[in-house]
Design a binder for this molecule. Sequence first.
Ligand SMILES: [Zn+2]
Ligand SMILES: [Zn+2]
Length: 355
Amino acid sequence: MTTGDEEKSAMATGDVAADNTVARFSGNGVIAFDKVDLGPVPPGEVRLRVEVCALCGSDKRLLAAGSPVVPGHEIAGVVVDVGDAGGPADAAGHAVRVGTRGIVYIPVYCGSCAQCAKGRTNRCLRLGELIGWQRDGGFADYVDVPARCVIPVPDDIGLDVAVLGLDTVGTAAHGLRMALATQPDPPQRLLVVGCGPLGLGVVAVAQQLGVPEVHAFDPNDARLALARAGGARQATDVDSENQYDIAVEVSGAEPARELAQRVIVPGGAVLALGESNSPYTMPATPRWRRTDCFTVRSFYFPLDEVADNWELLRRCGPTLRDRLATPLTLPDLPEAFESFAAGDQLKPFIVHTAH
Ligand SMILES: [Zn+2]
Ligand SMILES: [Zn+2]
C-alpha cells in the first residue's frame, strides 16, 4: 500500500490513460478485460487513476447478471487530468486539480434540489446514475467521474484506509446515526446480524458512536471471530424477544431479517443495511402488530457526514483495513471474486500497479 507522497510522485512520472484496461462482467460469473481509450475528459469531470477499488458483496449480483458498464464502486484514486481548465468544482465548490487524492461518491447527485441543498446528497430528488452501476466504475486503470463526486482525502489518511470511508464506514455510520436518532434514550445493546465487511464496519463504528454493548451473530465462525476481535461479544440467544435496542441486519437474508425483527425491544429499531433482491416482508405477528418499532434503511451516506467520518476512520480505519483487506491487482480480478465468493477473502482491494 502507498503513502500520499508515493501516490503523488507516481502521478508526476506521467500517465498514459490511452493504455487503459477495464474489466467487463458478461454474466454467469465471467470477467473479461478490454482496452478502452477514454479520450478527452468531459467538462465537469475529472480522470482518476484508480489506486484502490474494493470488491463489494453487491458486485456479485453484477457478476451473475452481467453489466453494460465497468463495475467497481468503492474507488480511491488520484486525479491525473481534468475536463475544465483550472479544475472543475468538487462537492465543496473547490477546484479539483491534478494530483488531488480522492475517494469517489457514487450517487451522481444533482446538487441543486431541496435535499442536496441541505447536504443530504444520498437523498437527491433527481438522483441519476450510480457510479459502477449505471456508469463506468473502478475496475479499471482509469475512470472519469463528475468532479462533484470526488471527495478529497486528508493528507494524513492513506487511500487504502480512505476507501473504507465509502461503504464500510460511511454507510455503516450513516445507518447507525439514523437508527440512534430513533431512540429517546442512549441505546445500551446493539446486535449486528451478519459479520461480513459491512457488518464488521458496523461493529467498529457502533462502539465509536458510544454503544456500550455490541453483540454479533454470524453462522460463520471465522467471521464471528473477527467481530469478537473487533470488540463485539458473541450473541448467545437470538431466539428471545426484548433483547436489543437496535438490531442491524447486514446480510440481506430473510432469516436474518426475521431474527433482527424478533430480538428488538418494544420501541427498538431494525437497521436494514443488507442487499438483496428478495422482497422485504414484515411478519404481521401479534407481537409486531401490538408494539412500536422502527425499520431504518439506508444504502449510502450524505456528504455532510464526511468530516465526521474522517474522524471515525482515523480511529478505527487502519485496524479495519488490516483485518479486512487483501491487496490484489486488476488482472487478479477473476480469482479475487472466486475467493471472495467462497468467503476466503473478506475484502479484496484491487490496487494500481505501475505499467
Ligand atoms: Zn458496495
Ligand atoms: Zn439533488
